[in-house]
Design a protein. Sequence first.
Length: 277
Amino acid sequence: MILASLVDATSAIHWESLGLDPVAVDLGFFKIRWYSLAYITGIIVGWWYLAKLCAQPGSPMAKRHVDDFVFYATLGIILGGRIGYILFYKPEMLSQPASMLKLWEGGMSFHGGLIGVLVALALFARRRGRRVADVFDFAAALPGIGILAVRVGNFINGELWGRPGDVPWAMLVDGVARHPTQLYEALLEGALLAAVLWWFTSKPRPQWAPAGLFLIMYSSGRLIVEFWRLPDAHIGYLAGGWLTMGHVLTLPMLLAGVALLLMAYRRNVPSGNRTTA
């Protein structure tokens, strides 16, 4: 009976019947959303994983550097993600300074967050006297953990749905069966990316190779999912009824990843650190 109530005649799963509430804690005057907790979870799990890696032989960082690393990365995620969202998706917010600070209303860009994290970690490496390449390579698996948590948060939040579809796992939202593209991204750009990068960084490999592989894996997954994911309503498709802003922002990442990986193996400079946690 329960299963029957979740599925309609088209075999689509009723999202509302799953009983998912975007608000995790409601105190009346203050609400904590699962989406916010997803970011916090990703950061905490990333901190724990990084602490384990720093305890391994060959680590470019000591355990005492973990807190600083997480601080820099978190600032990069928040500032880069918000600024990227405003510049890439809602430039009209530039004329409304107060709205730019309302993070609780949503509005974060992965591409902006990635740029923010890269800048932050480069500053971290410079201040701690570490090679930027080693820090980037060492942390290559960490973004996958965060992406997994945040995309699950998007699913609970009931946002970023895909195009209409008739697959058995489609979600019935407002009377339309749609692809759960948040979960596609959670699996491809989150769980799979983190697992592959963890395995790859546990082996001897050239400097910059993990960073290049990260860019290739993330961008490949995102480019594929974009064909099923609905674009932002206020932007729509940029061309041909299929090209989205996500495609435009992600394609350069794929090209950069391929170039970085080819350069890494051509130079064949040992990374000097392995992550075996």
